[in-house]
Write a protein that binds this ligand. Structure first.
Ligand SMILES: *Cc1c(COP(=O)(O)O)cnc(C)c1O
Length: 448
């Protein structure tokens, strides 16, 4: 008997290019750079259909925390699969969602004790925006309905989240669909002039934010920020001082602080929540990406007793009437619980300090390379920029560098002229060193 695949000799990649519309991609570029069919993963490594190994230096878009095919997470999901795969969360509950919510609240020392679930990061951002907006209506201040976001910030690509995103390439075509927002200066430490440091930039950015709040606070519901690192905005890092100053301004002007920790949360910045490094808590905190260890779509928005309380009423429409079909999915929650267990039992945050040093050592060469500027690191994120003058074709550089890295056995996806690594928290010292050397070789080729 002939199998359909024998009759149809086209490769998986060709079939994918015909049938699958890939995300964040100009599909025509695949005429000249490869689409890679992955058949399995193990630890920090991905394997293509021909058995070639790729070191996953960016945790599969910042989601993977403890490696691919992690035995502990696999087991937790399999166990849950034998119990209940999914049940609606309106009117029902189940052990994984309760345990996960309790554990996360405890990690905020009960400051953010109420957890609302969704499936992807952008939806968690929408939830925070809607809750803030609705809260001010419930407080009799319906005019507080505008949002402040930061220059170079990224919060997802659905219409509400895109409105508070300041990355031109994602917004350009959709401007007419987006609500008006205020955009405040980024505290990006790369802005420091000679003699200034990251704290000076933070204070200057906060000062300009204060002027905006002073003038417009009666119209403003919330400010949304990515604490410590604006990841999609080229891994722009800032001082925790900025978070302290913004928390203080939000208190003074009655404005909610939304901390979008979708990328920097779950230990990525060095602490479990990035906000902990500034010793502040926001009014809303969003998580996604790493929360399920890169296994299943799961996102959430945590908030305070005060905000939760404002919605608690006999009136149906005073409730937060927002839902997604897969809200609080038990399999995804069990994956997240397995991750939190690994954090506890394996002292991940402590061990990541030495993993972060391994990364720094592996990329020490880039600190003195005169093609490179703004070498920076925050926990398990390390980034540097290629000087514009060294790029012959800046718009093609990310794809060239991506391809050279693939040839070197690395998954790296530069953002414009920024090269970054954001590996899973299982990387060995040897793997880190291998990564650093291979990136150096790939860069030589991409710039030649
Ligand atoms: C990725 C990301 C989002 C969006 O998450 P999706 O799951 O891609 O919708 C939002 N905010 C930040 C900071 C992110 O990095």
């Amino acid at each position: 008997m002939k199998l359909i695949s024998d009759l149809n000799p086209r490769s998986l990649v060709e079939r994918s290019l015909d049938a699958v519309w890939h995300p964040c991609t100009q599909m025509k570029h695949h005429e000249s750079f490869p689409l890679i069919a992955i058949s399995k993963g193990k630890g920090a490594w991905l394997y293509d259909e021909n058995g070639n190994a790729l070191l996953d230096c960016i945790s599969s878009w910042w989601t993977n925390l403890f490696g691919h095919a992690n035995p502990h997470i696999n087991e937790a999901i399999t166990k849950q699969l034998g119990k209940i795969e999914h049940v609606m969360l309106a009117g029902f509950t189940h052990p994984p969602v309760v345990e996960l919510s309790e554990k996360l609240s405890a990690l905020t020392k009960e400051n953010l004790g109420h957890v609302f679930y969704a499936s992807d990061g952008a939806s968690a951002v929408e939830i925070a925006l809607k809750m803030s907006h609705h809260y001010w209506q419930l407080q009799g201040k319906p005019q507080k309905k505008k949002f402040v976001c930061l220059e170079n910030g990224y919060h997802g690509e659905t219409l509400g989240a895109l409105a508070v995103t300041d990355v031109a390439i994602f917004r350009e075509a959709y401007g007419a669909l987006l609500q008006d927002v205020y955009t405040a200066p980024s505290p990006d430490a790369r802005k420091a002039k000679s003699g200034e440091n990251a704290d000076d930039v933070a204070r200057q950015a906060a000062k300009e934010l204060e002027q905006l709040f002073e003038k417009e606070h009666q119209q403003i519901a919330a400010i949304i920020i990515e604490p410590l690192v604006q990841c999609a905005g080229q891994m722009a890092m800032h001082s925790p001082e900025y978070l302290r100053l913004v928390r203080d301004l939000c208190d003074r002007y009655e404005i909610h602080l939304i901390a979008d920790e979708i990328a920097v949360g779950c230990g990525r910045s060095g602490s479990f929540f990035a906000c902990e490094q500034a010793q502040i808590w926001p009014d809303f905190l969003t998580l996604s990406k790493g929360i399920s260890g890169g296994y299943l779509p799961l996102s959430l928005c945590m908030t305070t007793e005060k905000i939760y309380g404002a919605f608690y009423s006999d009136q149906t429409q005073q409730g937060f009437l927002h839902s997604h079909s897969y809200t609080g999915n038990p399999l995804a929650c069990s994956a997240a619980l397995a991750c939190l267990e690994i954090f506890e039992t394996e002292q991940v945050l402590e061990k990541n300090q030495s993993r972060a040093r391994d990364l720094a050592d592996a990329f020490a060469w880039a600190k003195t390379d005169d093609r490179i500027e703004h070498w920076r690191q925050q926990g398990m994120i390390l980034a540097f920029d290629i000087k514009r003058a060294c790029l012959k074709n800046p718009s093609a550089f990310p794809r060239q560098m991506f391809s050279e890295c693939i040839n070197e056995g690395l998954l790296i996806r530069p953002i414009a002229n920024t090269i970054y690594v954001m590996p899973p928290y299982i990387l060995s010292t040897e793997e880190a060193a291998q990564m650093g050397k291979a990136v150096a070789r790939a860069l030589d080729k991409a710039l030649s």
